[in-house]
Design a binder for this molecule. Structure first.
Ligand SMILES: CC(C)(COP(=O)(O)OP(=O)(O)OC[C@H]1O[C@@H](n2cnc3c(N)ncnc32)[C@H](O)[C@@H]1OP(=O)(O)O)[C@@H](O)C(=O)NCCC(=O)NCCS
Length: 324
């Protein structure tokens, strides 16, 4: 059976009607999960000559058809799928999505309209990528960038069941653990690691070379600066701001001192708090909302105020080990 990688807006090469487009908003349905067959796109061109020549005139966007193993269903999509990408059985690809060379989709992935998966990006089974998300983007170093480097990076890798929201951007060299969520408009720079089941909320920024553990919650618009480390089970409330440069953009000396905050196991940061560079928030410690943290926080203590001062112990029933 034949698969068409890109078709006219009018759907002149349908295949949509055979049940492959059941969910609203999805155009292509490649195969069925239960078959779990891998679909490897080939360089075959089998679409009408008229359509191919039209495509050539559109800045290099080309139509292509692919051969698939027997038992998969046909699909129609305006997606652009490189012949060197591989698409697992049961994947659904939205209109105008782009899958560059070397992209690998595990079985049952859903890729939204206009999503872009850059070269080599790897998605495990059952990942959901919403409209306009970009995965595997390469960084561009501005002339005055302090931390960004232009160097080869491994492709972005997403574990099984990862959810990526609309307009989220995940750079190359990032690794997202299984069943983590990266919500709408979140922004993850290169060499970011996110652990399993962690939620990266709407609009969160995680700058380069930061590491986030498993089962963390980073809430709306939190800012995690470059070179930060967050252990498992941490909570970062909305609008929290991490910092990594005490020289505030001046002197060459600052390059030797860039260091983001470290959150130890189960640490929590209240809304709109600011954490100064290189500080450690101890295990299970809590920073009160709006605090400015200027000193390390001992494990299990609550600090509050600006500058944040020690207040009291975190109640036992709030310790990570006492959670269900
Ligand atoms: C730290 C915190 C848990 C303390 O709450 P609490 O135990 O109910 O404390 P209280 O409201 O009884 O306040 C106790 C004292 O601390 C002060 N205080 C409370 N929160 C403060 C804060 N964020 N910064 C400075 N002082 C604070 C109070 O003014 C009060 O002072 P007083 O005794 O002189 O009158 C709470 O203030 C906080 O920061 N919660 C975080 C909320 C948040 O960000 N959630 C994230 C998910 S949305």
């Amino acid at each position: 059976m034949e698969l068409t990688g890109r078709a006219a807006a009018g759907g002149d090469e349908a295949g949509v009607g055979d049940g492959g487009c059941g969910a609203a908003g999805w155009v292509g349905d490649i195969g069925t999960p239960e078959k779990a067959k891998r679909v490897v796109w080939t360089r075959e061109y089998s679409r009408p000559a008229r359509r191919r020549s039209m495509d050539k005139g559109r800045g290099g966007v080309r139509s292509r058809a692919a051969s698939v193993q027997e038992g998969t269903r046909s699909m129609t999509s305006t997606a652009w799928i490189d012949p060197a990408a591989s698409v697992g059985a049961g994947c659904r690809i939205g209109h105008f999505a782009v899958l560059e060379a070397g992209v690998e989709l595990g079985p049952g992935c859903e890729i939204g309209h206009h999503a872009v998966l850059h070269g080599g990006t790897v998605l495990g089974a059952g990942c959901r990528v919403a409209d306009h998300a970009v995965i595997g983007k390469l960084p561009a170093r501005a002339a005055l960038s302090a931390v960004t480097q232009e160097k080869p990076l491994p492709p972005a890798r997403l574990g099984d069941g990862v959810i990526v929201g609309a307009h989220a951007v995940i750079y190359a060299g990032s690794r997202i653990g299984a069943r983590a969520m990266v919500a709408d408009f979140a922004f993850l720079r290169e060499e970011v690691v996110v652990g399993e089941l962690t939620i990266v909320g709407k609009g969160v920024t995680i700058e380069n070379k930061s590491s986030i553990g498993a089962r963390c919650k980073l809430e709306t618009n939190a800012y995690i600066c470059a070179l930060s480390t967050i252990a498992d089970g941490c909570f970062v409330a909305p609008e929290v701001c991490f910092t990594n440069d005490n020289f505030v953009g001046r002197t060459k000396e600052r390059f030797a001192h860039h260091r983001g905050p470290t959150l130890e196991l189960g640490a929590r940061i209240g809304a709109n708090a600011t954490i100064l560079p290189g500080l450690t928030i101890g295990a299970d410690a809590l920073v009160a909302a709006g605090s400015v943290v200027t000193r390390d926080v001992p494990a299990g203590r609550i600090v509050k105020g600006a500058p944040a001062a020690d207040w009291r112990a975190v109640p036992d029933n709030q310790l990570l080990k006492n959670q269900p």
